[in-house]
Design a protein around this ligand. Structure first.
Ligand code: MOS
Length: 744
């Protein structure tokens, strides 16, 4: 429609200046008058009951305002039984301070509110709480036999597809076979920004909650149900976020506790959790995966089985799609997929970037490497021989799939053809072992219903808004690009607003669906506004567009002009001024086009090539090069998209080599709940990372042709590194992270 061409260009973040100059305001930074401060007291035991809380001892401290616990929580809280949030799994969500029961270590048992943060923290440190301890079970290994198949619960959970062919027989008869178990430890989200909620008391039971969340609408819905508030009386705001990765998908107990205190005390309250406490509300589950693959003499897959088991809490059935991808990433006629969860005395796991697929691609992609070696094939060649042209899980063609181009372009960029197959056969100039590994994955391209509003003023400034979120992914920027592109305006003339329940309803930011969902709403809204402007332009005195149809015109360079003759133009500002309107508005709500999508499987794909060097004497692994090639439809912004994928790769390296939350089963407690002992990659761990996008033309997914890139970049990274370690050393590590002790 226009020629400004913002879409697809590497545009710098429009919110960048606000972030680097400190004017971007985060949840814990809103200044509110007469604020009290909260601090959470967490349970040291994993299971049992609270028998006594000596609240009076800390209430005696001058400046301590209140101690909230199950003993004095207002009876109306949790009254409405429909307090499930948008992404709640099956079961009954945890209710903080609801009763004396302890269900997991670090469970919040009390909230101290004081005049200063320091005093609240001090009071929390001396509050005596007595418990009656019960035996807990926190080991997935010992609960293997108690695994069960979850029912559908959480939105988006698909039970594994029915088996096809005869995988057991095919495995028995095939010339090449492998079977193995793969394990990875639990991981915790560690965004830079801590979880915090600043609740502004607006009087008469009205509040504004500045909350760290990926979904303001979700938090508003949750809070209004729990406390019986009207939506207008409970505004939720999140304009900036220092990382989410899934930790902000569900409303966290910090939001509930801060609002509880504000409503009870009729005063503004801020509550911030500690880094330690952020290990108490959800994690990527510790997962056991069993894979059994067979290959024919020609290198085609004869059989594939993938079974996974991971933990959940006693009160909710957390589910993620771990194994389903294995039925569609490669062509195979004999497939059986199984998925179970087992209850433990811990908090419910929580979606973490590419939930399920990040885990599942560890099992599948290391198993594919093992299978390739067993069949005597190069691991990339093995993947090419088993390329899936159709999604066999649903027996539909892909709306678009350029994974083959990713394989070729990624391999060329990496120099894969110089790889020698034998483990331990490559060394660098320093004499260190060199290994090259490959891995990859597939992720859903989904679109949710979303709404937006656009408003243009007589000075030519456009404001577009939607209640979506921005985790730091580039949402402000891509939405501004779409709006600028559609109305032919310079991006500087566009302001995009988000993260406020007063704005048009949109889904939470997750699932890599924001670009497709909110982007489509922004595009459609700006098109609706364009039509309104066009109608006014036709009515102007001596309008050169008087006889034009909407299809005949385009918006470019702040003008509205005939496509066939650019000299026949009117200036946008003049249209508005001539109309006498101070501003012109449009809004729309967009749903995915189910009719168009019905016959297709909608997915994004990637492949990752990794190089490691291994010091034989010390067992240290360095990831020296990574190429990540991604097919995810149209890329709206090469700069922010690349940045997203760089983050995915860094995290994938962490998953492969260092990240693991370790449970001490004696205490039923995660022991390394801090940055000193929960290791994530630092700059010194990161070397060359190359990101390639193989663009796909796809008008089936949505008119913008975008599939989203928040999660797909993470897939296969950990497996590629583990496979590279095998190639370097000949040691097959099936228990991630690959740490020194596993290589010596
Ligand atoms: Mo993502 S795990 O849907 O934030």
């Amino acid at each position: 429609m226009s020629t400004t061409n913002y879409i697809g260009k590497p545009t710098s973040r429009v919110d960048g200046p606000a972030k680097v100059t400190g004017t971007a305001t985060y949840a814990a930074e809103y200044s509110v008058a007469n604020m009290a401060y909260g601090y959470v007291v967490s349970s040291p035991i994993a299971k049992g009951k609270i028998t006594k809380i000596h609240a009076e001892e800390v209430l005696a401290l001058p400046g301590v305002v209140q101690v909230f616990s199950h003993e004095n929580v207002p009876s109306l809280a949790w009254f409405d039984r429909s307090y499930k949030d948008d992404v709640a799994p099956g079961g009954s969500p945890f209710r903080a301070l609801h009763d004396a029961d302890i269900k997991f270590s670090q469970q919040p048992v009390a909230l101290i509110v004081a005049e200063t943060f320091e005093l609240a923290r001090y009071a929390a440190s001396v509050l005596r709480v007595e418990y009656q301890q019960e035996d807990h079970e926190t080991s997935l290994e010992t609960q293997r036999a108690k695994g069960y198949e979850p029912g559908a619960g959480k939105t988006g959970f698909q039970p594994p597809p029915a088996p096809r062919g005869n995988p057991d027989k095919a495995w028995e008869e095939a010339p090449h076979r492998m079977e193995a178990e793969y394990v990875h430890g639990a991981q915790h989200h560690n965004p830079m920004e801590l979880f915090s909620t600043t609740v502004e008391w607006r009087g008469e039971g009205k509040i504004t909650a500045y909350d760290k969340t990926q979904g303001v609408m979700n938090v508003q819905q949750y809070l209004t149900k729990i406390f019986g508030l009207k939506k207008d009386d409970c505004r939720v705001v999140n304009e900036y976020m220092g990382g989410g990765f899934g930790s902000g998908l569900r409303p966290q107990y910090s939001a509930y506790l801060a609002v509880l205190a504000a409503l009870e005390l009729k005063r503004s309250v801020r509550l911030t959790l500690t880094r330690e406490q952020m290990f108490s509300f959800g994690h990527r589950p510790h997962t056991l995966q069993y894979l059994k693959l067979a290959a024919n003499a020609d290198g085609t897959l004869a059989a594939l089985q993938h079974h996974a088991l991971h933990e959940t809490s006693q009160f909710e059935d957390y589910t993620e799609n771990v194994v389903n991808w294995s039925g569609m990433l490669y062509q195979c006629e004999n497939v059986k997929l199984g998925y179970q969860i087992a209850k433990l005395d811990m908090y419910t796991p929580l979606d973490m970037r590419a939930p399920g697929a990040a885990s599942g691609s560890i099992g599948l992609e290391i198993a594919m490497d093992e299978m390739a070696y067993a069949a005597g094939l190069d691991p990339l060649e093995f993947r090419l021989r088993n390329y899936a042209e159709r999604d066999q899980n649903v027996d539909k063609p892909f709306s678009s799939k350029k994974l083959r181009e990713c394989y070729h372009q990624g391999a060329a960029k990496f120099g894969w053809d110089k790889r020698t197959q034998a483990p331990g056969s490559m060394r660098n100039a320093d004499g260190k072992l060199v290994g090259w590994g490959v891995g990859g994955g597939v992720w859903d391209a989904t679109q949710q219903k979303a709404a937006a509003k656009a408003s243009i003023t007589a000075d030519g400034k456009l404001t577009v808004s939607s209640a979506t979120g921005e985790n730091g992914t580039g949402t402000y920027t891509i939405m501004s690009q779409i709006a600028a592109e559609t109305l032919g305006l310079p991006i500087e003339a566009v302001t995009f607003k988000l993260g406020d329940t007063d704005l048009p309803e949109s889904p939470l930011q997750g699932g890599s669906w924001t670009a497709a969902s909110v982007g489509s709403a922004v595009q459609s809204t700006c098109e609706a506004l364009a039509e309104k402007i066009f109608k006014l332009a036709r009515k102007m005195d001596d309008s050169p567009l008087r006889d034009a149809k909407f299809e005949d015109v385009e918006f470019a360079s702040g003008q509205l002009r005939l496509r066939a003759d650019h000299s026949q133009a009117v200036v946008l500002r003049d249209v508005l001024q001539a109309s006498g309107e101070a501003k012109l508005e449009a809004d729309s709500s967009v749903m995915p086009n189910m009719v168009k999508q019905n016959g297709y499987s909608l997915h994004s794909h990637n492949v990752v090539f990794a190089e490691v060097t291994v010091d034989e004497d010390l067992g240290t692994v360095h990831v020296t090069r990574v190429v990540n090639a991604i097919a995810a439809g149209r890329i709206l912004n090469l700069k922010t998209a690349r940045s997203q994928v760089l983050g995915s790769v860094v995290w994938g390296l962490g998953m492969a080599l260092m990240e693991e939350t370790v449970m001490d089963h004696k205490f039923g407690r995660y022991m390394n709940h801090n940055f000193a002992e929960y290791h994530v990659p630092v700059n010194a761990d990161i070397h060359d990372i190359d990101v390639l996008f193989v663009e796909e033309e796809d008008d089936i997914v949505n008119p913008l042709g975008v599939k989203g890139i928040g999660e797909v970049g993470m897939l296969g990274v950990a497996a590629a590194v583990a496979n590279a370690v095998f190639h370097a050393t000949g040691k097959r590590v099936r228990d991630l992270p690959v740490m020194i002790d596993k290589l010596l």
